[in-house]
Design a protein around this ligand. Sequence first.
Ligand code: IVH
Length: 718
Amino acid sequence: MPQVNIIQEIEALRAQVRLWEHAYYVNDTPLVPDSEYDRVYRQLQDLETEYPALISTDSPTQRVGGKVQGGFLSIPHAVPMLSLNNAFGSDEVRAFDQRLRDLLDSPNSELDYLTELKFDGLAISLTYENGVLVQAATRGDGNNGEGVLANVRTIKNIPLRLHGHHLPKLIDVRGEVLMTRFDFQKLNQSQEKNGGKPFANPRNAAAGSLRQLDPAITSQRKLSFFAYGVGRLEGFGDALDLVPRSQARLLAWYREIGIPVSSWTQLVSGVSGVLEYFKKIEEARLQLPFDIDGVVYKVNDFALQNTLGFTSNAPRFAIAHKFPAEEMLTTIKAIDVQVGRTGAITPVARLAPVLVGGVTVTNATLHNQDEITRKDIRIGDTVVVRRAGDVIPEVLSVLVEKRPTSAQTFVMPRHCPVCQHILEKSEDAAILRCPGGWSCDAQKKGQLRHFVSRDALNIDGVGEQLIESLIDNNLVNTPPDLFYLEAKILARLPRMGEKSAQKVVSACEAARRVALGRLIYALGIRHVGESTARDLAQHFGSLNALRQAARGEVNLPTPNELPNHLFGDLLSEPLKISLDDAQTDAQTRALNALQAVKDVGPVAALALYEFFTNAFAQQWLTRLEGLLEIEAPLIASQTNTRHPLFGKSMVFTGTLPTWSRSVVEERARRCGAKIVGSVSAKTDIVVAGSEAGSKLEKALTLGVTVWDEAQFIEVLGE
Ligand code: IVH
């Protein structure tokens, strides 16, 4: 007999899940991240498995989906719309595959799976009678959904009539309605402009748009549909051989009759096949225009699917392999401030460690004081942390109901925590800045990290920790100091042996030869990114020419060189120019000269002027110049227009065996090739290394020329 506290625990979990489900399904406004819902739902499921006597029919685990919202007609699903079981991690996927093979009594042969994307939208069932769309219903509770035909008819990629002649009398096409990230952002912008409430994510926006009582509103929201399953399929008459016998055939047939199907499905064999697919999609994920929260594996053969059957609310033959959650709950232990490379002060939340997006996160950016105030973030709060792709983890929101009474508000400091300068408000006033520049150790470290980084001087072996100890021990103060480092001194630093010390010295030595564009980028001038630096190099051709222009020393024609009649009487008066005027003139000349460069606007121009007129920066830059061998860029007229790569649009992807990505791209650029980031029909050549992913695949589908590194080097002719 289960204890009373187990009964209470189960009821508490049910109440929690019900509350969250109501917010999610009925109000389209989630209260907690999906990961938190999944965790509590699983806890409930586990307890119910352990104490089956306590399962009640009204438990949230005993029904399939959400609730039917008022205002729409309730539509019964003749074939229920089920849910999918989830697998978190490859071990659970292996267990799933093993279970199926045991059930099918074929432990030694591999199963064929159709692998699909797990769209993060909402499920829908479309009923076609004799090829005509007659009904559309949301999943609802799995047995009854909401009739949303009028709204569904406004979705552009859903056919109102199917193509072809041999159509069934009746079919329920099952699939997902979703909104692209781009359309979601546009929708939220206009919601905010019109004083409406923004949606939390594209899925909620899609759900909210589909469940509009006025179809005119739905038609303005851009929704798309992808099919992945079937409900009823009746009335093929004697053309029984037309009935698809596998998931792959079903989707291929859908495509033929005009139903949209994603092109990312793949037929694979066994557990190794599905895991390879998972890896591929995980890498391609951010390039997809819409959100997915995992992939789905389905036993391909319908006969085997039938043998395996269903549990109470999910098929046994399929599983959703979820990506690690990108949003998690954790608590804020403290808030510190960090000083960036350009002096920007960023408040950072120190968190109780939490696994987000597959990585343990202990810090998250809070951006600035305004953000902290707007989100009302306090020390001690339970917060939602998000980490997506390579993006820095951030705190999205606070669960106010979990706030302890001891929670403390945070106030930005008045002084730089590293060099004690009084902080200043930056131009846009949202950001505080330390004016210390090179005298602030934090900024010095940031600048040096930038100087040695991959796209700058690319000095291998000078890592984060070495920079810390070089500066803390006063061995390096400015970039040129790096080139005077001696192995025997380096070897005495913590975590440094003689070998690694020698490596650092050789790496610095090797970095002495540098392209002008990289050097300009490495200087760490605000608002001068990699491509602006390259444009500056191309435009001015040498460091000296850039320096002169940026200081306003360009030789504009002086009055004596101009024809006298232009000045008339003015010249009879001696010219009186004060020092201030001279300076303003120089600045104006500099800003004009700099803004003649493609993509250089007034802000970057001013930053360049300030850098090149700063006495301290000029002192170390002059020293640095003497140590480097600076490669001038080839100017257009010097580029060999007959080179086979001239004017070609190229994409590099994957890891190349000998050269680093930045080196090959530079070589290609010098031959007049244009390097682009993504593959399209306009791309001329893709150079692919190992582990090339979706870009290579796209090139192959589009028929773009693909080379390996060796072919590229051969054409380069070096
Ligand atoms: S098959 C009987 N395939 O995930 C199996 N579902 O967690 C029913 N979903 O309600 C679903 N992509 O809204 C299937 N490729 C896919 C899917 C997919 C997204 C959604 C669907 C379903 C939910 C289950």
